[in-house]
Write a protein that binds this ligand. Structure first.
Ligand code: CAA
Length: 258
């Protein structure tokens, strides 16, 4: 594949790092960027040397939304037939944890991308919002669904209908954001969290992610059944034996990454 032009892709130890890089448009999510992010994610998901993934932007913007210039003249038929946002749906098939490290603006599609990740670590200066309504449209890559599930109806309606932006403390208070850190510690904190995750029993990590995601799709009965099967399946992994025997022997576990 050609080298990506809208993102930087690198590996730090067992962490895959994707940095959005369209500085002239505050990392607006155009079609090329969507394609390149998904290609990078799939490559990391398939790479045994990677245990967790971080997506970040610049200090000024995680991403200021879908690319308005690219979209402005599109017709219904073009959007519908080309299903232009379809690549973003594929992010759900990534089985390794993805952390969004958010500084600056996370607006529209940028906020939605952050919400698509498994959790968000945000800098003090992060700002979140779904301003699509001001452009005569509405969220299009999952915002209405994921925001409602993440923060409940009242806050989701407020943000999506008024288009107002919230600061990181409000985002933390409503449960969108897992951790708030000083801006200069953002990437380091996210990489450390990802590194910690990447050090655990890889199948158990994927199962844990799968189990939590089932909570958003299934009834409690179905979700409990799913969790119990995964829990039982964890006993078929080498990592479970290692983790428990290491505990009993009072030594640190060493997980092999399969
Ligand atoms: N698409 C394309 N270009 C964008 C952009 C976007 N979403 N956001 C910012 N830019 C561009 C600006 O046009 C500007 O370009 P020029 O320098 O060539 O003029 C450059 O990035 C810097 O932006 P500003 O000069 O506007 O910077 P600012 O600091 O004054 O304001 C901002 C920052 C508040 C984020 C403002 O840029 C803004 O409101 N951006 C649009 C946010 C938005 O509406 N996002 C939703 C998009 S629709 C969507 O995302 C649909 C979906 O659900 C997927």
């Amino acid at each position: 594949a050609d080298a990506p032009e809208t993102i930087f892709v690198e590996r730090r130890d067992r962490v895959g790092l994707i940095t959005l890089h369209r500085p002239k448009s505050l990392n607006a999510l155009n079609r090329q960027l969507a394609r390149e992010v998904l290609e990078a994610l799939k490559a990391f998901d398939a790479d045994d040397n990677v245990g967790a993934i971080v997506i970040t932007g610049s200090a000024r913007a995680f991403a200021a939304g879908a690319d308005i210039e690219e979209m402005a003249n599109l017709t219904f038929a073009e959007f519908y037939c080309d299903d232009i946002f379809a690549p973003w749906d594929e992010l759900r098939s990534v089985s390794k944890p993805i952390i969004a490290a958010v500084g600056g603006y996370a607006l529209g599609g940028g906020c939605e991308l952050a919400l698509m990740c498994d959790f968000i670590i945000a800098a003090e200066d992060a700002q979140f919002g779904q301003p699509e309504i001001k452009l005569g449209i509405l969220p299009g890559i999952g915002g209405s669904q994921r925001l409602a599930k993440a923060v409940g109806k009242a806050v989701a309606m407020d943000l999506i209908l008024t288009g107002r932006t919230i600061d990181v403390h409000e985002a933390k208070a409503v449960g969108m954001v897992a951790r708030v850190v000083p801006s200069n510690e953002l990437l380091q904190t996210a990489l450390e969290a990802a590194h910690t995750i990447a050090g655990y029993n890889c199948p158990a990590v994927r199962m844990a992610k799968e189990a939590v995601n089932v909570a958003f799709e299934a009834s409690l009965t179905e979700g409990m059944r799913h969790e119990r099967r995964l829990f039982q399946a964890a006993f078929a992994t080498e990592g479970q034996k290692e983790g428990m025997h290491a505990f009993i022997a009072k030594r640190a576990p060493v997980f092999r990454h399969r």
